[in-house]
Design a protein around this ligand. Structure first.
Ligand code: 2RA
Length: 337
């Protein structure tokens, strides 16, 4: 059923990983098209043992395409997704544009796989900072119902694409050379600095990135009563978002129970031995697909909740891998019919 796949945005940081994942996970497609804007048309991209030429992203490009993976900015996804659906394709979209649309399921295959059965042509993949948190929260929610989450994020510069990492490298180099480096990608210098703003000002003093963590978490877990208080921070790390999370559940969990729930969860790896200085760190998670959880402890301030630390490669599980896993899920379900 899904014989011809199209990737929109193949030349970006995430798009490149999508292609690597399509090959390494042996997605059972017959034909693969790469679509992008005018400036990338004609570029040749190695995909496994093939070299594929990038074609222009336009309505006719989706003719005879069965499945589309979109790895583009919101405004590009807003335009191309309806073209693809009109041509009869199913779209797995990584952008933020469609995520909160009532007709669009927001899917993490380890958490809410059956949501893909209710799409109207578009399936959305959550924001990277939401994805890793919800993969970790899901087993706790299933066992004891999550009531409230307080989360602080430490987000890598690659969250802002290739330009984000370029700015980090250049600004550190210039800073060490005693030169000033006027910020371009970020609102402030990122070298040896932390920026407590990702995205735009949204509501009640929260940013768009923070409100995504509120609304997307509720949609994926199917519980609009979950209360989330996020603070999203850009940090001078190339790859890997880290999150400090305090979660309160309806039925209180012991540290041992929470740890066992993490250990038994799909997509979660526990690294938790403070005495041995073993806990998840971005450098150890780069290039891996799991969500890594550690520093698991009870809330010493008396909420009865569980505090923990979680790290994940924001370009993989946070974006490319989750989208490819959704495509895999669709193909598996179609093959089973
Ligand atoms: C970021 N989550 O980290 C946003 C978009 N990838 O910049």
């Amino acid at each position: 059923m899904y014989e011809t796949i199209a990737l929109v945005g193949a030349t970006g940081a995430v798009g490149r990983i999508v292609l690597d994942q399509i090959v390494s996970r042996k997605l059972p497609y017959k034909r693969l098209k790469l679509l992008a804007s005018e400036r990338s048309v004609g570029k040749e991209v190695r995909v496994g043992d093939q070299t594929i030429k990038v074609e222009l992203l336009e309505p006719d490009a989706f003719k005879n395409v069965d499945l589309v993976i979109g790895s583009t900015p919101d405004e590009v996804a807003a335009e191309f997704a309806p073209w693809a659906v009109a041509a009869g394709a199913v779209v797995v979209d990584e952008s933020g544009f469609w995520r909160m649309d009532a007709k669009v399921p927001l899917v993490i295959p380890e958490v809410n796989p059956d949501a893909v059965d209710h799409h109207s042509g578009i399936i959305a993949s959550p924001n990277c900072s939401t994805t890793q948190m919800v993969v970790a929260l899901a087993p706790l929610h299933k066992a004891a119902r999550v009531k409230r989450v307080i989360v602080s994020t430490y987000q890598a510069t690659s969250g802002a694409g290739l330009a984000g990492n370029e700015e980090l490298r250049d600004s550190i180099r210039d800073s060490l050379a005693g030169k000033t480096h006027p910020p371009k990608t970020f609102a402030h210098p990122i070298a040896f600095n932390l920026i407590p703003q990702i995205g735009s000002e949204k509501q009640d003093g929260y940013t768009s990135e923070e409100m995504k963590m509120v609304y997307e978490t509720r949609k994926i877990l199917g519980d609009d009563d979950i209360q989330v208080c996020p603070t999203c921070v850009r940090v001078p790390v190339l790859i890997g978002h880290s999150e400090s999370i305090l979660v309160e559940t309806e039925r209180p969990l012991t540290v041992m129970e929470a740890t066992e729930l993490f250990r038994g969860a799909d997509g979660v790896t526990v690294v938790d031995d403070l005495a041995a200085k073993q806990y998840p760190m971005p450098l150890d998670c780069d290039g891996k697909d799991d969500v890594f959880v550690g520093r698991i402890r009870h809330d010493i301030s008396g909420s009865g909740g569980i505090a923990f630390w979680c790290v994940s490669d924001n370009l993989r599980k946070g974006a490319a891998t989750n989208a490819v896993q959704i495509a895999e899920l669709l193909m598996r379900k179609a093959a089973a019919v």
